[in-house]
Design a protein around this ligand. Structure first.
Ligand code: ZN
Length: 113
C-alpha cells in the first residue's frame, strides 16, 4: 500500500519542520490530495494514525481536501478542469493535456503547539 510510504514522507516533513520551527506537537494536519494523485483518502487516514505514532503528530487530526485537477492543452493553450489524466481538451479535442495541478499530495497547513 503506497499510502503508508506517503504517510512516512509526511511524517518526515513534519518532523523536519518541527525541528526547524521549534514546535513539539501538531494538533491538526491539512493535506491536499489532488484528484489525479491516485491516493486513496481512506487508506491515507488509516496509514496516518499508524505512522504518526511516536512523532510530533501522534494523535493529530487529519483534514483531507481533494482539489480538482487542472490541465493545460498543449495544442490550444486552454486550461481546463480534468477528471482523468487522459481527458481530451474541452476546447479543441486534442489529447495532449499537461496536468498543471491536482496530481500531487501536499501538506497545506499544520496546526501546531
Ligand atoms: Zn485544446
Amino acid at each position: 500500500m503506497h499510502e503508508m510510504s506517503l504517510c512516512e514522507n509526511i511524517r518526515d516533513i513534519i518532523q523536519a519542520q518541527a525541528a526547524e520551527s521549534g514546535f513539539v506537537r501538531v494538533n491538526r494536519v491539512w493535506l491536499e490530495v489532488g484528484a489525479l494523485s491516485c491516493v486513496e483518502p481512506d487508506a491515507l487516514r488509516f496509514g496516518f494514525d499508524v505512522v504518526m505514532r511516536g512523532s510530533v503528530a501522534e494523535g493529530a487530526a487529519l483534514e483531507i481536501a481533494t482539489p480538482a485537477a487542472k490541465a493545460r492543452c498543449l495544442a490550444c493553450g486552454q486550461v481546463a478542469v480534468v477528471a482523468h489524466r487522459y481527458d481530451p481538451c474541452p476546447a479543441c479535442g486534442a489529447v495532449e493535456m499537461q496536468v498543471t495541478q491536482g496530481d500531487a499530495l501536499k501538506i497545506s497547513k499544520l496546526e501546531v503547539v
